[in-house]
Design a protein around this ligand. Structure first.
Ligand code: WAQ
Ligand code: MG
Length: 266
């Protein structure tokens, strides 16, 4: 019997050589041709402006992707950037990341140097990624069709069924599957997208509204990591294909206190 073939499909769109949008997924062979059209369409009509260069990469995966479930999702009703930072400090420090490291990440994320990828930081705040300007790009991840429709339904009930949330949840779910990763802090670089998130394996994906003021055109990601081979971690983040085939619960606003008391198991 022939084994099922999977493909990684990735798109990057640019205008005047500047990146404006990207997307990716892992798909079955028979879905590819319609998806190429969809990805192209998405690149052309992106609201940051029309792309003048669209790159599509289609790559046959050598083996079957690793199947995982998504992180559970919820929101803390943070009223402003200070409240969001306080929540981030509480949750991330509860898994052993030092306050110094979290402050360090915040500082780097507010310098205005937008990186393409994420920072890797140890729990003391020391940067470990080999390319400090670019960071590490997480890639080769996706959702099965069934998981995608389940996620759309669950997020739809919360008024959150959009690509930004879905893509961030897929990325975080892949990242936090790796044991060396203790936590994550993410702030969008989109000036109009002011909700960020933190994530840990124990607490799941926690949205933090108003983590930044509207109009700020930079953001970034920090992955807080603990002992182990950084090289292996980077290889996993960039290269290991991961497919989400099960969606954990997606909930609306939850008080910080409850999140700290009731860690989810995974
Ligand atoms: N791998 C690693 N880092 C990345 C990647 C990637 N594939 N894509 C983006 N980054 C880094 C990069 O430094 C960006 O500047 C930064 O993250 C933010 O990226 O549930 O849209 O694409 O409502 O602007 C959070 C959603 C959205 C919260 C985050 O990030 C919610 C978002 P953006
Ligand atoms: Mg984005």
């Amino acid at each position: 019997m022939a084994r099922k073939k999977y493909y990684s499909l990735r798109m990057r769109a640019a205008r005047n050589r500047e990146h404006i949008s990207g997307a990716e997924g892992i798909y079955d062979k028979d879905e590819i041709s319609s998806l190429v059209k969809e990805y192209t369409q998405r690149a052309i009509v992106h609201d940051k402006g029309r792309a003048d260069e669209i790159r599509l990469t289609l790559e046959e995966l050598r083996g079957a992707p690793k199947k995982i479930s998504s992180l559970p999702l919820c929101t803390i009703h943070t009223r402003n950037a200070d409240a969001a930072k306080r929540a981030a400090l509480k949750v991330l420090s509860s898994v052993g990341i030092t306050e110094r490291a979290i402050e360090e990440a915040y500082k780097s994320l507010s310098l205005g140097l937008t990186m393409r990828g994420a920072m890797l930081m140890d729990i003391e705040g020391v940067r470990l990624e080999p390319d400090l300007l670019r960071g590490v790009r997480v890639s080769r991840m996706g959702m099965t069709k069934k998981a995608a429709s389940d996620l759309s339904r669950k997020l739809g009930r919360l008024g959150l069924n959009n690509d930004t949330v879905k893509e961030a949840l897929v990325l975080a779910s892949k990242v936090h599957r790796y044991r060396m990763v203790l936590g994550e802090l993410c702030i969008s670089d989109d000036p109009n997208y002011t909700t960020g998130y933190i994530a840990t394996r124990a607490h799941g994906y926690i949205r933090l509204p108003r983590i930044k003021k509207r109009g700020i055109p930079y953001g970034g990601r920090a992955f807080f990591i603990t002992g182990g081979e950084v090289k292996d971690l980077i290889r996993y983040l960039q290269g290991t294909p991961v497919l989400i085939n099960e969606i954990r619960p997606c909930r609306g606003n939850i008080p910080l206190k409850e999140i700290l008391e009731r860690k989810s198991r995974r």
